[in-house]
Write a protein that binds this ligand. Structure first.
Ligand SMILES: Cc1cc2nc3c(=O)[nH]c(=O)nc-3n(C[C@H](O)[C@H](O)[C@H](O)COP(=O)(O)O)c2cc1C
Length: 148
C-alpha cells in the first residue's frame, strides 16, 4: 500500500473526471489517495507521499491551465530527488492539434528539471475522456499501482 497524492486542475471537468477515476482505481488496489485541486497548494506537500500524480488540461496553444502555472512556479523552488511522479495531460484535437496534450510534456519536463522520478510514461487523452475511463485510464492506473 502506498500513499498517493493527486494534484489536478480542471476548467471544464474532464481532467477532474479522469483523476477521480484514477483515484477510485488506486483505492480499489488498497492505496491511500489524497485528491487535491491545484489551487493554492504548497508543493512541499509532495514530500509526505510515496507518489504524486500531476494532472492538467492543455489550454491556449500548448500551455498548462493557469492555476497549474502558478503551482509550477512554486514547484521550481524544490528539489524532488528520490520522489516518484506520474503525469496526466488532457487536450483535444479540435484546438491547436500541433500542441495536442502538450500539458503532459510540460509537466514531465518540470518534474525531471526538479530531479523527480517519472515512474511510467504519461497518460495523454486528446479527446473527450468518457469513453476511455474503463480502458486507457484503467490500464494506466493499474500500471501505476504496480509500480509503487
Ligand atoms: C480555449 C481553449 C484552448 C485549448 N487549447 C488546447 C491546446 O493547445 N492543446 C490541446 O491539446 N487542447 C487544447 N484545448 C482542449 C482542452 O485541453 C480539453 O478540452 C480538455 O479536455 C479540457 O480539460 P478540462 O475539462 O479538465 O478543463 C483547449 C480548449 C480550449 C477551450
Amino acid at each position: 500500500m502506498a500513499n498517493i497524492l493527486i494534484i489536478f486542475s480542471s476548467i471544464g471537468g474532464n481532467t477532474e473526471l479522469v483523476t477521480k477515476k484514477v483515484a477510485t482505481i488506486l483505492e480499489s488496489k488498497n492505496h491511500k489517495v489524497a485528491f487535491n485541486r491545484v489551487d493554492n497548494l504548497n508543493p512541499n506537500l509532495i514530500f509526505d507521499y510515496d507518489l504524486t500524480i500531476l494532472a492538467s488540461p492543455t489550454y491556449n496553444q500548448g500551455t498548462l491551465e493557469d492555476q497549474f502555472k502558478s503551482f509550477i512556479s512554486q514547484f521550481r523552488k524544490f528539489s524532488f530527488e528520490n520522489k516518484n511522479f506520474a503525469v496526466i495531460g488532457l487536450g483535444d484535437t479540435k484546438y491547436y492539434p500541433e500542441y495536442l496534450t502538450e500539458s503532459a510534456g510540460i509537466l514531465e519536463k518540470e518534474v525531471t528539471n526538479q530531479k523527480g522520478k517519472l515512474v511510467c510514461s504519461s497518460l495523454r487523452i486528446g479527446t473527450n475522456p468518457l469513453k476511455f475511463l474503463d480502458t486507457l485510464v484503467l490500464k494506466w492506473s493499474e500500471k501505476v499501482s504496480s509500480l509503487v
